[in-house]
Every structure is written in structure tokens, then in C-alpha cells.
Design a protein around this ligand. Sequence first.
Ligand code: ADP
Length: 251
Amino acid sequence: VLLNSVTLLLGSAISYMLARKTLRPIEEAMAAQDRFIADASHELRTPLTGLLLDNEVTLRKKSLTAKDVRMAMERNVQGLTKLKDLSDTLLDLVARQQKNAPRTVVSVEQIVRSAVSQVAPMANKKHITFVQNIANNTLTIDEAKLTKLLVILYDNAIKYSKPHTTVTLSSESVGSDILLTVHDQGIGMSHEEKEHIFDRLYRADASRSHGDGYGLGLAIARKLAHDLNGSIAVQSEPGHGSTFTVRLPRS
Ligand code: ADP
């Protein structure tokens, strides 16, 4: 009887431990999701409150001129465009989490070309030149995800650089991996900033960040790199530009 009880107790303890172990990642994923919903709601709420207040103040004015109304409408359109961009980004993030696209054989050159064409208008406006040092490599990969990842890195490189500078993309093959680096001559970042830039909704010092963007780009970039079984890292110093390195398995 004693042996049976001990076996039963041991069995229960092991089952309990196994169940806890299985449940832990699910609990963690749910906690991360809750945190994200809270962060995203906060991000949506702040500009919404601003817009609401602005409209109330305008309406409370005793004598509203056509000019006042036009200016208020312009601020509304600006605020709403930002909110639309944010909700598009959030929806895109969720869609990407669910979608498992097929992998195809593509050349690094082809992917870079497609990413550059998406950011070219923004770069042209700032007279930023793209330089490419691309080895003749191919990857077996989800092309859309890698293109999106590069677009995010290019987008930031342009956003955080002065006009008339250069953004360089290099690729090299290391063992069974491909290393892609995006280097800019922009404002760079401190050690403290580097620690957080891949976190969701983190934005460095608002005065440097131009007021646009929501601090989601690099969080999505990291998620994409992980989805592609790779990794992403940054090297940077204030005033000396930034280099983002993406490491991906070739197949
Ligand atoms: P966003 O650009 O919308 O603020 P990101 O997640 O793309 O959000 O970037 C987070 C922060 O990292 C930015 O606010 C910026 O401070 C910093 N950062 C990103 N890329 C660069 C870069 N190439 N040079 C300097 N700082 C950068």
C-alpha cells in the first residue's frame, strides 16, 4: 500500500511538473499579447485624445472663421493619417504572425532591388544615395518577409540620416549563413538606446525622433528575422552612424 501511495504521489508530482512546463510558454505568450494590446491601445489613445481635445477647443470658440475651420480640418487629417498608418502597421503585424508563406529561391540582389524601389522616393527627397556591395548569393526564403525587413532598415537609415549622405547595403556569405548589413551615416545611438530599440513601441529621445513613427519598425524587423530563422543586431555610436546586421540561413 505504501509503495502504491508513493508511486501515486510521485506520478502526480511528475504530471504536475510536466503540465506546468507545457503551460509556461502558453502563459508567457498570453502575457506578451496582453502587454502588446495594452501598449497598442495606449499608442492609439494618445493621438485620439489630442484630436478630440483640439476639436472641442475649436468648437468652443465664439466666432469661428473659415480659416479656423480649415486649420482644424488640416490638423484632423494629419492626425487621422497617422492613426491610419498605425492601425495598418498593427494589422500587418498580426497578419504576418498568422501567415506561413512558401519559401522560394531568390537572389539577394533581387530582394535588395525590390526593397530599394519601395524607399526610393523618400531617399530621393533627402538626396540619399544607395550603395550596394552584394555578393552573387541566393537564398531559399519567404521573399516578402525579407523584403519587408530590409524596407524597415532602409526606412530608418533614411529617416535618421542627414541629407546628402550614403546608405550602404553589403552581403556576404559566412559558412551556411548570409550576412546582410545596412550601414548609414546618420545620427547613431547611445549604448542605452541600443538596448531597447528592438522592444515594441520604444522610441529614443522624442527630440531626435522627428515626431513620426511609432517605435514598431524594429520590433517587427526582429520578429521577421526570427520567423526567417535568423537574427538581427546593431552596432552604433552617437554621431557615427548605425550598422544593422541580419544573419540568415541560406536555406
Ligand atoms: P520608429 O522609427 O518608428 O521610432 P523603430 O522601431 O523603427 O521605430 O526604431 C526605434 C528607435 O530606434 C527609433 O525611434 C530611433 O530612435 C532608433 N533608430 C532606429 N533606426 C535607427 C538608425 N538607423 N539610426 C539611428 N537611430 C535609429
